[in-house]
Structure formats: C-alpha cells, structure tokens
Design a protein around this ligand. Sequence first.
Ligand code: SPQ
Length: 430
Amino acid sequence: MGTKHTLTRTQQGLRGEIHVPGDKSISHRAIMFGSVAEGTTTIHNFLMGEDCLSTVSCFREMGVEIDIGEDRVTVQGKGWDALKEPSRVLDTGNSGTTTRLMMGILAGRPFHSVIIGDESIAKRPMKRVTDPLKLFGTAIDGRGEGNFTPLSIRGGSLKAISYELPVASAQVKSAILLAGLQASGMTEVVEPERTRDHTEQMILQFGGKVERQGDVIKVRGGQQFKGTEVFVPGDISSAAFFLTAAAIVPESRVTLRNVGLNVTRTGIIEVMKAMGAKMKIEEIESTGERIGNITVETSDLSGIEIGGNIIPTLIDEIPVIALLATQASGTTVIKNAEELKVKETNRIDAVVQELKKLGADIEATEDGMIIHGKTSLHGAEVTSWGDHRIGMTMAVASLITDSPVHLDGAEAINISYPDFFSDLNSLKES
Ligand code: SPQ
C-alpha cells in the first residue's frame, strides 16, 4: 500500500502559530475563472496541493498558459472561446471539484473532451451534474448512464435552465452556473440548503453579475470576464485540524492566521463554540472574502447535536469533528450528513472504523454518527482509506494516544495539505 507513518503522542502542549495553506475550493475556481477570463490573472497564496495542480494541468491541456512562480500563479486568459479541444484525456486525479466544475465549463465549449480521474473519482456520482447539463442541451455521457467517469462531453450552444438541486452541493450548483454563464437566457438554480458560494463570489470578482434571491441564484448567459488579482484566504477546512488539535491536547494555545471566514464555511467555528471551545477570532480587513486570525486553547468540551442546514457549512470537517467529540463529555450526534458517503471515500464508514481502532466509542448511523465521550484513545494500525481528511484526522488523534499510531496511506494528505506534517511539528516544537 502507501507510505507508513509512525505517529507518537506529543509530550507537551501545542504552541505557536500557523499560516494554513490557501483554500482549495477558491484555488480551483481562481484557475478556472482565470482561464476563461480575458487578460492576466494573478493568484496569491494558491494551494499547491495535488487536487489544484490537477486543475492546472487540465486547463493547460486546453491551451491555457499557466505559470507557477515562487509566490504566485499567473494565468493568461484569452476568453471562453480560446479554450482548445484537448488532444488528450483530461485527468482530474482525486479531485471532485475539478471533475464537476470543469464539466460545467466544457458543456458550453464547441469541442469534444473526455474526463477521467483516479479510482476514487470513478466511484463518485456524476449524474447529479450530467443530468442538469443535458437539460442545457449538451451531449454528455459516461459509464452507468452518465453517472461515472470516464465522461465524454461534446459541448455546444446551450439554452438557460431553471433547476432545483436535489442535493445541497456547491459543486453541482457551480457546474450549473458555469454552464449558465455560456447559455442564452437567464439560468436559475434553487438550493435546498445554502452551500459554499465561492463561485458566485468569483463571478463578481472577475467583473460578472450574479444575483441571489432567497434560495435562488441567477446568472445571465453571455458574460465575459476580466482577468484580476486573487488573494486566496487560508483554508478553514485545513485549519480545522489544528483547531481541533489545540482544543484536545493539554496545555495548548495555537493561532491560525489569515483563515477564510466565509459564512458558508464556518460551521466548524459554531460547533466548536457550542461544544465549549475556548476560541478567539480577530477579523482582518480584506478586499476579497472575509478572513481572520483564530486562536484556540485547550478546552473542556461537551457533546452536542449537529444537523440540519449547518451541515453543508462543515461537511468536510466532520471527520475531525468526530475526533473532537471523542474528547467531549456526553453524546454528540451528527445527522443529515449522508453526503459523506460519496466523498473521496465513504467518510461515515472510514471515520467510524478508524476511530474505533483507537478506542473511540462511536457508531455509524444512516446519515451520520453517534459518539460517546470522553474516551482515552490508544495506538493502533490505521489507514487513511486514501482520503486526505481521514489521514489528517488520524494524525491529530495520534497526538493524544497512549502509544504510537501507525498510519498507512499518509501520502493522501498531499491532496490538500502538502506541508501538514511540518506545520504540525512546528507546533510541537514551539
Ligand atoms: O474536490 P473534492 O474531492 O470533492 O473535495 C472535498 C474535500 O473534502 O476536500 C469533498 F470531498 O470538498 C468538496 C466539498 O465537500 C469541495 C467543494 C467545492 O469546492 O465546491 C464542495 C463540497 O462538495 P459538494 O459535493 O458538497 O459540492
């Protein structure tokens, strides 16, 4: 299998500060919008994780010049029409965001393309995107009646649609908006629950127009974008691992700098506060999305119920929230989170099975999990299931286990956080 890491309990509290890497969702979108805009886009604090590099290589395949420099990424956009038919298959690696959002762009391009990804991507449902894209008039197909990669797309002229999302998904919403931007007429998407709105924010940042009325988002087709400067905030989904670590490791105090505080992403902060975490947020003025510094200290935590419309705002943080709950007194119930089953892996099964190996009192339910705390955790052989967020959850757990944790498949962490272990070590040594 993959790389084995032996992880040992920290002998002292975690101390110091970290600049977590750039937001993954925003980094993907900056490359995509930069590629279809006219003029130069400069991206600061771009996430050099494998997923975002997959987006870079797909757009390079379509003829876009993208330069990865020391401290910035530069995209030379020449407008929607300059995207070229790729001569090779577009490989999205492990990235659901690349796969789904790019489909929305390709739907309106007058050429043929084929998308593949890795073994995990091959299992993730794509019909949620191919179905609405077909309604726009694009020819798109894939294995399992359009549900799985490889996907083949012959884009062309599109007609706007009105579409009610069957699942709360920012990726599906974004794919529809990206197709809608190229369609004739006004496209409307209705969200069952509010999901991350980075695509909408980026339309505005690149000089376009998008409107939200209640749960309906509208975009008019035929919009051209202008290249711009994007400052990517630190990824709150990456910060979540250190927020948790600081709360559960005795005698800790950690500050995370320049973290994105977009309200469609801050569910983890609300949950930690409700559980009793000692947390201070200092907002920083910014021209783009909201950002701030977050300080967390070792805390006495209590179990809570997490469900309903907060779920999309913390969906990727649930694995590490489950770990947090093992250190909270009482019961934590996580519900309405069935979407976890179709992430990089089935994250309900993965989290429950791996935390159980460490001694957690946790059980899976149909739409989430129930955790009874507080439990002492012990070392064991665990695996990441090839999923970056499960790998990092295990690494954070190892800080408080009474014997070493042997983590298999730690290389998955490079998907979203290549410097994770050096950042973690810097807090142990401060
Ligand atoms: O890109 P990918 O693989 O889907 O990444 C994940 C993650 O954990 O990093 C999910 F597995 O994040 C998604 C997130 O769950 C990123 C995302 C986005 O950038 O729009 C939206 C969410 O997915 P969804 O399916 O709810 O739209």
